[in-house]
Design a protein around this ligand. Sequence first.
Ligand code: AHR
Length: 313
Amino acid sequence: MKLTPWFKSFLAFVSLAAATVAPAALKIGFAQTGAESAWRTANSDSMKAEAAKRGIDLKFSDGQGKQENQIRALRSFIAQKVDAVVLAPLVETGWDPVLRDAKRAGIPVIITDRSIVTTDETLYACFIGSDFFEEGRMAAEWLAKKTGGTGRIVELQGTPGSAPANERRKAFAEGIASHPGLKIIDSQSGDFRRAGGKEVMEALLKKHGKSIEIVYAHNDDMALGAIQAIEEAGLKPGTDIVIVSIDAVREGVQAVVAGKINCTVECNPLFGPKVYDTVAKLLAGQKVERKSFNKDELFDATNAGAALPTRQY
Ligand code: AHR
């Protein structure tokens, strides 16, 4: 058949158009716990910024500190047929039914930040997070050295039932167990919030007065709230009361430089690049690490000043 010049150019146009049609953007649903702390904001920002950089269509849901909101978000991601789901679980238990739904729909789930307890490990593809045990252990080790192994401690716990609260609590208790002079005299939850840390510290100061020598806070936001309560009670945080904390967000490291927090163990929230690299591998059918952890540092008076200018969060 003889092709007219017009038909030839039409064919050329069609094949060029077919070659240049952009592939559909990857659709990923991210169920975040909420916005309880500076750490959490940095974590959400990392996930959003990296998605934008890679042209990923990110469906972001803020669980507002409620597990039922996160479960609802997961169900909606499944209904929207996303390519993958990323879950930062508020608490450790209660995820199996919705994870089963995702598995049935053939949608891989990546657990990030906090681990879960499940009866079926095949319900999620992998875990990318922080080693909360190691963080609690590092805090205890630093404290034992700093105090020579004595002191009355109050503990400000994170969200009840969450992996960081459970694991940081357990590891710290184990870490000080060989120092019988270090005693936890009280332990209450401030829900990882600054207001919670302040409120709990006020109540603890009323109850125990000046007998409190050490605060172990499960995150910087609660430590910063406790500092306010300590100052309002006419005491000097970091001097009258030793403060050990976790996260090393910029304001926490600043407080170390100011001498108000004595030590903060890092918990790196910048998971975006690693999470999306992992999603890409999973969708390409490649093997991924079952569990991977960020490596964390510790900041005290010896290194906080030098670290501050380059803190990313
Ligand atoms: O799961 C990580 C913890 O959650 C962070 O230490 C805390 O700041 C956050 O709210």
